[in-house]
Ligand binder design. Sequence first.
Ligand code: 9WO
Length: 253
Amino acid sequence: MRFEILTLFPGMFHSPFQESILAKAIEKGLIEIRIINIRDFATDKHQVVDDAPYGGGQGMVMKVEPISRVIEQIKSKDPSAWTIYLTPEGKPLKQERVKELSLRSHLILLCGRYEGVDERVRELFVDEEISIGDYVLTGGELAAMVLIDAVSRLLPGVLGSDRSAMEDSFSDSLLEYPQYTRPANFRGHEVPEVLLSGNHQAISLWRRREALKRTWMRRPDLLKKAELSEEDKKFLEEISKQMSLNGDNSHKR
Ligand code: 9WO
C-alpha cells in the first residue's frame, strides 16, 4: 500500500511513522508513505498556496493550481491512485470503509488548512471526502494519520502473524470484551474466575456474553448490524429484563 500525503506541514508526520507498528511496516516494505509539501508545487517566486476568498469573508483559501499539479503528477504515473480529502463535511469513517480502502494499492490523502480548498479541487481532483468525527481540527493532517493507522493495521503482516485485525470486534459490530492481565488481584479487584479456569469453552462464552452486554449498554445501535445467534438473542433478552428489573443505569460505565 502506498500513501501520498499532500500537506503544507510535512513536519507533522515524521514522528508518527517512526514509532511502533507503522515504522516496522515501512521497514518491512508493507507500506510506503510519501509526504509531499504542496508548497513545492507552487510555481511562482513566492510559492503562494493560498489566497483571499472571492466574495469576501474571513481567512484564506488553498489555491487549486498547486494541488492540481501534484495530484496530476501522481496520477500520470498511477491513474488508479484514489484521492481522499479529509474534512468534517466528509462521510463518517467506519471500519467497513477502512477495510475497503485497505484493498486499494495507492491512496492520496489531501490535508486542508485555512478555510479549506478551492471548490474546483473537490470537483475535479477529489474522489472521496472522509470525516473522522463531527469536530473541527486545525487541519486535515491528524485525520490523515488516523486513516493511515486504521488502514495499515489491516494489511497482511502489519500486526504480525498472531493477530488478524480483520476479526476486530468492529468487524462483527460488537465492542470488545473486558481484558485482564497480571496481577490476578489488584487492591481487592479480582480477575473473573472463569479467565483463570483454563476452560476455553467457558472463557469463549464469557467473552461473547461480555461483548454483547457491553455493546447493548454502550452502543445498542451496533447490535442492529451484528450477526447474532439464537443464543446471543436469548442472552440479550435476559440482560434486558434484568436491567429493567434493577432499573440499572450502569450502562454509563
Ligand atoms: C472546516 C469546517 C468547519 C465547520 C464545518 C465544516 C468544515 N469543514 C472544514 C474544512 O474542511 N476545513 C479544512 C480542513 C481547512 C481547515 C482544517 N481542516 C479540517 C479538517 N479541520 N478539521 C478537519 C477534519 C477532517 C476529518 N475529520 C474531522 C475533521
